[in-house]
Design a binder for this molecule. Structure first.
Ligand code: SF4
Length: 177
């Protein structure tokens, strides 16, 4: 800003009837760390800015520097903060046993162990190395369906482990960013 313009603006502000309390007010994002990211909801891939203070996400807004969205977000993307910070978010593993009519809370370690056991069991049973003279090295009886809230790194690892490592063919994700 021009120095004279700045000085006259300062003078004008000094002459206004602002209380010290008002002049010290600022946006809650002031002094927050800003992390550029991508909206997790759909394949458009709009840019977001994530504001972090004291190790906690305090706000998520559109990123004006994004060549895709230029700071705009659709109503869903504009509510991404609620996805991250929400008291209703389920944080326990929910398990429903075969033929059961209700959900049970289980520890995460238990669920991970069970998934690994089931994948190993099915892979040992169904993995096809070849058909006739054609090399296949694939497994078609295990599938992975990802949600749009999974990030790029998680999708990269899923593709690398499930497809490259275990030979699983049916891998899909709602958001192909
Ligand atoms: S959900 Fe909306 S804000 Fe998010 S990437 Fe898609 S269009 Fe953009």
């Amino acid at each position: 800003m021009d120095r004279n313009l700045f000085a006259s603006r300062e003078r004008a502000l000094r002459n206004q009837p602002f209380s010290p309390n008002s002049t010290e007010k600022g946006p809650r994002t002031r002094s927050a760390t800003v992390v550029p990211s991508v909206c997790p909801y759909c394949a458009v891939g709009c840019g977001q800015l994530i504001y972090v203070k004291g190790g906690k996400v305090i706000d998520i807004e559109g990123n004006p520097g994004s060549p895709i969205s230029e700071g705009t977000l659709c109503p869903k993307g504009a509510n991404t903060f609620q996805l991250s910070v929400n008291p209703h978010r389920i944080k326990r593993v929910k398990y429903r046993a075969p033929y059961s009519d209700h959900w049970e809370d289980r520890p995460l370690d238990w669920a991970m162990e069970r998934i690994a056991e089931r994948v190993k069991e099915v892979r040992e049973r169904d993995f096809m190395e070849r058909r006739d003279r054609t090399v296949l090295n694939h497994l078609t009886t295990v599938a992975s369906l990802g949600g749009a809230t999974m990030d790029n790194e998680e999708n990269y690892l899923i593709k690398k482990l499930f497809n490259g490592g275990l030979g699983i063919l049916p891998i899909e994700n709602q958001a192909r960013i």
